[in-house]
Design a binder for this molecule. Sequence first.
Ligand SMILES: [Zn+2]
Ligand SMILES: [Zn+2]
Length: 349
Amino acid sequence: MRAAVLFGPNDLRVVDKPVPEPGPGEVLVKVAMCGTCGTDLKLQTHPFPNQPPFGQFTPGHEWSGTVAKLGDTVDELAIGDRVAIEAHHGCGRCENCVLGMYTACLNYGNLAKGHRASGMTADGGFAEYAVHHVSSLYRLPNSLTWEDAVLVTTAGTSLYGLDAIGGYVAGQSVVVIGPGPVGLMTVQACKALGASPVVLVGTRRGRLALGARLGADCVIDATTSDAVSSVRGVTGGFGADLVIEASGAMPAPQQAVEMVKRGGKILFLGFYPGPVTLDLSSAIRDDVTLYTTRGEGANAVKRALSLAAQGKIRGRELVTHHFPLEAIQEGFRVVRERDGDPIKVVFVP
Ligand SMILES: [Zn+2]
Ligand SMILES: [Zn+2]
């Protein structure tokens, strides 16, 4: 098969590679589409812990496709089924996995013990075929496209975070900082769960306009207005019940502290380029609770898929660029240089 392999920092090339064999409990999927995200840029320059070595590793953790072959004991799916994925399959035997926190598996990266983070600690979807555990695959409803399936993995991150903060956001004011794919899916998830108003803060006009089309009640362009005072303006002067930081921008954590209501909550979903600074004392004085979650645990992708099938979250509108897999270098150039203001760039093998 053809597959992208990371040969060194930012040296991703499409080469021939054997089609992987599904082991017991695993499924071979013919990849239809694989999305890119900021993590793909980071792991190309600074390999993640437990990432397979240069010269072997195929990244890509937001893929979807058609079941091509079933490993031993798999009867949950049939050949020809269209599937969406979640990137993480926990070991299933550690304390965290038993509790549904499989993105925090205590055997993270240990393939021999059964953990697999597709496209991070094991080969992923920038290839014609990929193997994943059956527990991480979900049958895709006919009404959803491959593009929707790619964004369902992203929406799993939003829903897992909302689960962690308590989930009962109906009638609450929510600010989402960062109109990237995670932020745009989070806006829709908050609306679907009844939050009001949902405010989106960002710096890129096209993305903010898309956020408004996807249901944000109010968008704030931080390049033309002061984001903190604007948020206070639309929340009766008190700040928001919940601030969700999805930008990964260095000043955003401090802005979140200044935007949240006394007694409110802040949820961090982004990764930062380095250690961040925020006035933690002010958060403590104001009885603010800080949460972090990683990726899509607790069956959140299954629930995201349900919301997508109900038409309550929309994924395909975020996909701005399609590239053939063979053009992976050009595709990642577009992502890296933000050429044409891409939101979600996908590859088609
Ligand atoms: Zn990602
Ligand atoms: Zn585990």
